[in-house]
Each structure stands twice: as structure tokens, then as C-alpha cells.
Ligand binder design. Sequence first.
Ligand SMILES: Nc1ncnc2c1ncn2[C@@H]1O[C@H](COP(=O)(O)OP(=O)(O)OP(=O)(O)O)[C@@H](O)[C@H]1O
Length: 299
Amino acid sequence: MTTMTLNAGGTAPAQDQADQAAESKTVKNREANPSAEVNETVGSPFCDDAKLRMRNVNVFYGEAQAIHDVSLDIGRNQVVAMIGPSGCGKSTFLRCLNRMNDTIEGCRVEGDLTLDGDPIYGPKVDVVPLRARVGMVFQKPNPFPKSIYENVAYGPKIHGIASRRAELDEIVENSLRRAGLWNEVKDRLDKPGTGLSGGQQQRLCIARAIAVSPEVILMDEPCSALDPIATARIEELIDELRENYTIAIVTHSMQQAARVSQRTAYFHLGKLVEVNDTETVFTNPEHALTEAYITGRFG
Ligand SMILES: Nc1ncnc2c1ncn2[C@@H]1O[C@H](COP(=O)(O)OP(=O)(O)OP(=O)(O)O)[C@@H](O)[C@H]1O
């Protein structure tokens, strides 16, 4: 026969624990109401050695506001992952950092954004050199319909970084090496970039971004069109690139965010809910909404 010890309140400890768990779950669920107000970002959105500083950023598509008063620093030689449910504004925010939103009709960006102290927005800013300093890699690999060599040499040529063949050869080789692609393509540089596998094409796009000596690389779901092996290769590459570049990556994969980033920013309904070091976000998130997302309660 089993016996049960009752506590002072006359209930069994196991029952107490179950009640407490249910109570805490109710509280968390209430706090994690997806439509709840987010008044300020929790965690550590700012850093001492910021490469990019964004303050009070608001983004509108026509009348609709997609980003609400977001402030965030991205530190030098750091990988910051931006995560959150579909439509929460991750890509919109990422595109503010090299003014890719300028290409979307009706999109308006407000706020104070700087790269090493230089304004990103403003009448005197030329977006061509800005986009050389802040390169971008997109979701779907998009090589130019040119040879592998020309894909990488094109940027340095148009930005006036190099014009002589020997200089271009060196940039092409170095960029392809840094992107981890040189050994696979060195014997077919004159073949079309579009003839490579998806993972190779994405590394070619990374080489193309690197070729103009950027300081920051933005990656918008760079692995979503790739298989697990190609994804692993890009993730290794991101880790290697961190030595020389500052990287911001939007990803739907929490595993990927956990693997590649040092800091993680969690967005929800256009607001920046939490920024913390990646381990904290995934093991001990401060905000109930972050916890709800990473534990799969919504997303
Ligand atoms: N070109 C556009 N015109 C109008 N609204 C847009 C445009 N692009 C995005 N939006 C809206 O802005 C909001 C944020 O979208 P965004 O694509 O930045 O979110 P996201 O978090 O990157 O989404 P996903 O994870 O699905 O890619 C959404 O409500 C979206 O519908």
C-alpha cells in the first residue's frame, strides 16, 4: 500500500507542484499573449564597440507601420541573429541597414542609423558606396548571368577598386577562397555562375559580396533554399567570416541562430522584444514572448 504525506495545507506535494506548474503556465501564457503590448526592449540592445547603431527606427509601407521604435547596436566582428514569427519585420529592419528599403515604393524609414558614426540616411549619403560597405546576401542565391569569374570581378570593377587583370585575378581568388569555394571552381572560372549547385551559388554570392571589401554583411535567410550539407557549409563560413566582418543574419531556424550568432534579437509585431547573448535567449529568455516563441508556443 502506498502512503501519501500531506503538507500543512492538507494537499499532497505532487498536487502542489502540479498546481504551481499550472498556475505558472497560465501566468506565462497570459504574459505571452501574442497581441500583448511590448513597451520596451528587454536585455542588452546596446554595446560599447558598436559597428552599427540604430536608434528609434520606424518603418512604414504607405500608411502601415512595420517597425516600431526599434533601437539596437550591432558590435564589431559579431554575428547578430534576428528571429521572430513570420511578418514581424525582421527583413524590413535588416534592409534599413544598407537602404535596400529605398528600392521599395512607398517604404519610408525614420530614425537615426549610423555605420561607424557615419549616417546611413541623409541627403548627402551616396547609397552606392554605402552598399559596398554593407553588402547583402539574399534568401535565394542570385548569381548574375555571367561567368563565375565575372560574378566576383564585377563589383570591384564598377566600384573602381581594381581594373587591371592581375589585380582582379587576385581579388577573385581571395574572395572565392574566403567564401570557401576556390578549390571547387578554380578550374572552371569561365563557366556560368548559374551552373553551380544551390549551395555553391550561395557561396559565390558571398564571394561577390566580399569582393568589394565590405565592413558588414547582411544575410536574409541565406540557407532557406539549401540542403542540410550546404547549410552546414554556409554556417561554418559565417563563423570564419566573423573574424573580418560584422554580420547580421535573419533566420527562421532557431537552431541556426543558436549555432552561428553571439547575440540574438527577437522581434514581434514590428517591435524588438528582447536582445541578449544567444545562450541567454535560448536557455533563459527574459521576456515571456521570447520564451513562448523559442518553445514553439507560437510562430
Ligand atoms: N513591400 C511591402 N509592401 C507592403 N508591406 C510590406 C512589404 N514588405 C513587407 N511588408 C509588411 O511589413 C511587415 C513586416 O514584413 P517583413 O517581411 O519585414 O517580416 P519578416 O519578419 O521578415 O517576415 P518573414 O519571416 O515571413 O520573411 C509585414 O506585415 C509585411 O506584410
